[in-house]
Design a binder for this molecule. Structure first.
Ligand SMILES: Nc1nc2c(ncn2[C@@H]2O[C@H](COP(=O)(O)OP(=O)(O)OP(=O)(O)O)[C@@H](O)[C@H]2O)c(=O)[nH]1
Ligand SMILES: [Mg+2]
Length: 464
């Protein structure tokens, strides 16, 4: 069987742009080896004659001018035991954008087509080497920001999630088959009742499994996208100083002028394994300054969207009206209250705050002397990974698309259960059960539309 004949041969530079010791130009498709051979010279064998999965030494040359471009090692991998299940050629050449681009141009001139972002992985999916959730994991792996998110992606790539989903789908399929049998060959008079009972039992069971998966979703999403953490406070309390400290870089401008930060600044930082998307905001206050006013608006928006709020107060000043408002505004949120500038004379105490907050985490810190920041980092870690995240094998659902589909599947099962309880005929209830089967299928790509696939893979980087 030649599974490659369906597609043309694609080529792309697979290594990141810029200078490096080695760059790789990758090709996949029926003609990959033939095309590579057309621009390759070797004193030993032709690429079309070498064994599969070998690395071959030679030179790349321009067949039109006969000019030699680079000394290369060419990996030849014949289908089907390859990433895309097609013939793959990888030309390892010397770094430098010029040479790499010239080699790519030559391949295109010989009949390869420039690959779209993610097209190699898309082929791996279309050729059945991996399912959709695994392909998405490849993308997550590339973008992983911490050790934990990498592990999460690896688990998914491993097919852990797919395995669970497939198992659930199998159960649904068996149930539906049983229902058909019961209806077509009724052995007893009360078959309708028995069948309903079976459907309900299974629906409850599967719904529970889906709910368990969804429970991990929040944590999984954080691991993947970062915990959106807004640093909020009135002007001049040290918000930007804190951001700079946590990212260990002088990213945000810090001055003793109130109203320094005008724009929202976002930075990723890994705090003891918790990926934070830190957001430094303009100090919130009433202002007539047009630019600052917009900044304050943005701060409020960032506040609304945050998973975690670091509310910064200046310990060196008595509590102000703005502080009180912010304490009130963040009351229902996940927050840590920071009393900054503890290196200075205290004019604000923990006790005063208890009037405004119950059970809040209040920490005294000084960005200048770095006191208390260790505790802050530890607290953030504790808040989000108390115990749970350490289960190494947990299958986290982290992908928004998966979450949405699981939620819909859960809803379909609820319809099954409600339907049976309301005495809806079995054949109608079956429709909801089948819908659940379809929805779960979408996660692993067994019932997805072409358009979705194109859109998903376009999020990849070029050459992957
Ligand atoms: N003594 C002392 N000064 C600090 C500390 N943290 C920040 N500062 C100073 O406080 C001033 C304001 O710091 P910023 O980080 O710009 O404050 P901000 O909250 O971002 O202010 P806006 O952007 O205007 O809202 C600067 O002069 C900092 O050096 C601290 O822990 N101790
Ligand atoms: Mg600032």
């Amino acid at each position: 069987m030649n599974i490659t004949s369906e597609f043309d041969t694609i080529a792309a530079i697979s290594t990141p742009p810029g200078e490096g010791a080695i760059s790789i130009v990758r090709m996949s498709g029926d003609q990959a080896i033939v095309i590579a051979e057309a621009i390759y010279q070797s004193e030993t064998k032709k690429l079309t004659e070498v064994a599969s999965h070998t690395l071959n030494y030679g030179h790349i040359y321009d067949p039109e001018s006969n000019e030699v471009l680079d000394e290369v090692m060419v990996a030849v991998m014949k289908e089907p035991r390859t990433f895309t299940r097609e013939n793959i050629v990888e030309i390892n050449c010397h770094g430098g954008m010029v040479v790499v681009n010239q080699i790519l141009q030559l391949l295109l001139r010989q009949g390869a087509r420039l690959a779209e972002p993610g097209e190699f992985t898309k082929r791996a999916f279309l050729n059945g080497r991996m399912d959709l959730s695994q392909a998405e994991a490849v993308m997550d792996l590339i973008q992983a920001k911490t050790e934990k998110s990498k592990k999460l992606a690896l688990n998914q790539l491993d097919g852990k999630l797919s395995g669970m989903i497939k198992h659930l789908r199998q159960t649904i399929l068996e149930t539906l088959a049983q229902v058909e049998v019961n209806i077509d060959y009724p052995e007893y008079d009360d078959v309708e009742e028995l069948t309903s009972a079976l459907l309900k039992e299974r629906a409850v069971e599967i719904k529970e499994a889906i709910q368990n998966l969804l429970l991990t979703a929040k944590q999984g999403k954080i691991l993947r996208d970062g915990l959106s953490t807004a640093i909020i406070g009135k002007p001049n309390v040290g918000k930007s100083s804190l951001l700079n400290y946590l990212i260990r870089e002088d990213k945000a401008i810090v001055t003793d002028i109130a109203g320094t930060t005008r724009d929202v600044i976002e930075e990723f930082v890994n705090v003891r394994g918790v990926p934070l998307k830190l957001i430094d905001t303009a100090g919130i206050r009433e202002t007539e300054d047009i630019v600052e006013k917009i900044g304050v608006e943005r701060s409020r928006k960032a506040l609304q969207e945050a998973d975690l709020v670091l509310l910064v107060l200046n310990q060196n000043e008595p509590l102000t009206q703005s502080d009180r408002e912010l304490l009130q505004l963040t009351k229902e949120m996940n927050r840590i209250i920071l009393l900054n500038k503890m290196d200075l004379q205290p004019h604000l105490s923990r006790e005063e705050l208890t009037e405004y907050v119950e059970n809040a985490t209040i920490l005294e810190i000084s960005v200048h002397s770095s006191e208390g920041i260790d505790t802050l980092e530890e607290t953030i870690n504790q808040m989000f990974f108390a115990g749970k995240a350490e289960e190494r094998d947990a299958t986290y659902i982290s992908n928004s698309r998966h979450i949405a589909l699981l939620e819909q599947a859960e809803k379909a099962l609820k319809d099954v259960i409600d339907g049976i309880e309301a005495g809806v005929p079995v054949d109608l209830v079956q429709i909801d059960m089948t819908r659940c089967w379809d929805l779960l299928g979408e996660i692993i790509g067994e019932s997805v539309q072409d358009e979705l696939i194109t859109q998903l893979f376009s999020q990849f980087c070029l050459g992957k």
